[in-house]
Design a protein around this ligand. Sequence first.
Ligand SMILES: C[S@@+](CC[C@H](N)C(=O)[O-])C[C@H]1O[C@@H](n2cnc3c(N)ncnc32)[C@H](O)[C@@H]1O
Length: 270
Amino acid sequence: MSELSQNETYTHGHHPSVVTQHSRRTAEEAARFLLPKLQPGMNLLDVGCGPGSITAGLAKYVDPGNVIGIDADSGVLETARDLNHGVSNLRFAEGDVYALPFEDDSFDVAYAHQLMQHLGDPAAALREMGRVVRSGGFVAARDSDYQTMICHPRTEEIEEWRALYTEVVRRNGADANAGRRIPAWFNHAGFNQIEVSTTVAMMRDSAELLNWGDSWAERVTNSKLADQALAYGLANQSDLERIATGWRDWARNEEALFLFVHVEGLAAVS
Ligand SMILES: C[S@@+](CC[C@H](N)C(=O)[O-])C[C@H]1O[C@@H](n2cnc3c(N)ncnc32)[C@H](O)[C@@H]1O
């Protein structure tokens, strides 16, 4: 992470197990609530774009308008450029959501997916996104809410993972249960025309469950989440390995099902 982001800690970090998972996301799933507002020729900013699969998907909807993906981490932006090479109306740049490197009114839309849950001051971030959007444009954000995650069959290890993850995020000054706070954060940012919606993500397909379970098994042992859990004294290595085994076993259970709620905020800029 660069020095740009007010010394906040991005809990996931950018281990390949994290970035690979994020690069599976699509605009159709992650920005469905926003798509009806998009028109060809609009200029769109995707803040905290990560590996940019959603950003590239959004570029199709506004072509020939321009799309810029901004992230505070230069390494993940290199991945984004490699993965999305050849999309002509798309570029990526380093930047901090709290101090976007753009003039007022530069965009028609500013969007952020799964960013607010990592920030110490989401309302300030939304306010800054609103600054760079012209009057009549939109600010959009979507975040998940870890407390809403239903994991069937219930396992002690995955409950332990949820508590551990939530506490690491809390120590980093953010809230893993961000989804429920989206409407309030938009209000605190000063927006008054806000549409709020929800979507439920569900995994039932065995390939999807294996990907999800094995990915979290790797993340809880090898990513920055593991480093922070150990550094904060919240778990030891054998705890993390036990949680990882729990994820792998659960993903292979023939009854396995996972679902969770996302909350979406969409504000018209006046
Ligand atoms: C959970 S990832 C989401 C990536 C992408 N939006 C997606 O949904 O796949 C959050 C991203 O926000 C970036 N980020 C964290 N703090 C930031 C900040 N203050 N300004 C800009 N980007 C930030 C991280 O580097 C990370 O790539």
